[in-house]
Design a protein around this ligand. Structure first.
Ligand code: NDP
Length: 260
């Protein structure tokens, strides 16, 4: 299937690890030039250098801040004259109770999951309009619609991101900019492995067994997705082959969502 992505330019937040890195590699394989944003400059530069065949610009920035989002958008503008694709992917899980979490913690996740997307839309949509259109994808989570009870702040801010995606889609569709959202289930990224190792260190270290148990409990498919399985779907949504997909949220969750 010809995806029609060659020589497009994509900005990917959180492009140095996990799903974001897999999306970066997937888009690069289709000939898309990349602007990758993340905080840890060393890891970002190492991963950016390993992507071959396209131009890759690593931008060390914190997209949860006004300055970081502005720097990322400005870098795309300066190097490529804007972007055709924006993947709002940077994010992190949380662990708290509503009764105990302070306002400051809510603010951190609101800035990371919602305001980064708001500010990057404002920063990059004008360039997409100039270029004749574009694609914006939000990587929310199954937790936006089916909460995991230990992470209320994550659930709430990802739900807000999903609604932002829907609302933005209507505002910019007339500019030939398609906006969609993806809700992944369990995706085997380095953080899951790290946590599983920490949880099992005192009980024999069977971290793979722990992850298998998590998958069996939550996902009818009984395994985690690879980051590449999610990335392939996102790359398709970025492409001309998905030209009628607007304002939707797509589950990629191995059957984890319990509702229709
Ligand atoms: P990883 O922890 O593997 O990667 C997160 C990426 O985001 C890293 O590149 C990280 O780099 C970057 N990042 C985090 N905070 C910021 C920030 N403030 N500014 C800029 N970059 C930032 O995560 P995953 O691949 O697992 O997750 C990616 C997205 O997918 C997240 O939004 C997550 O909520 C979502 N998701 C993940 C699922 C899973 O099971 N893994 C399931 C459903 C959704 P650095 O730390 O250097 O900034």
């Amino acid at each position: 299937m010809e995806l029609g992505l060659r020589d497009k330019v994509a900005v990917i937040t959180g492009g140095s690890s996990g799903i974001g890195l897999a999306v970066a590699r997937g888009l690069a394989a289709e000939g898309v030039h990349l602007v990758l944003g993340a905080r840890d400059a060393d890891r970002l530069e190492k991963e950016a250098a390993a992507v071959e065949g396209v131009r890759v610009l690593p931008v060390a920035c914190d997209v949860a801040t006004v300055e970081g989002a502005a720097a990322l958008a400005a870098a795309a503008e300066e190097a490529f004259g804007g972007a055709d694709i924006l993947i709002n992917n940077a994010g992190a899980g949380s662990n708290e109770t509503i009764m105990e979490a302070p306002d400051e913690k809510w603010q951190v996740y609101w800035d990371l999951h919602v305001m980064a997307a708001v500010r990057l839309a404002r920063g990059l949509v004008p360039g997409m309009r100039r270029r004749g259109g574009g694609v914006i994808l939000h990587n929310a989570s199954i937790c936006a619609v089916q909460p995991l009870w230990y992470e209320p702040i994550y659930n709430v801010t990802k739900a807000a991101l999903m609604m932002f995606s829907k609302t933005l889609s209507t505002e910019v569709v007339a500019d030939n900019i398609r906006v969609n959202c993806v809700n992944a289930g369990l995706v085997l990224t380095p953080d899951w492995v790290k946590t599983a190792k920490q949880l099992t260190v005192g009980s024999g270290g069977d971290w793979q067994g722990h992850l298998d148990e998590v998958a069996r409990e939550h996902a009818p498919i009984r395994r985690f997705a690879t980051p590449e399985e999610v990335a392939d779907f996102i790359v398709f949504l970025c492409s001309e082959r998905a030209s009628y997909s607007v304002g939707s949220t797509y589950a990629i969750d191995g059957g984890m969502l319990k509702t229709v």
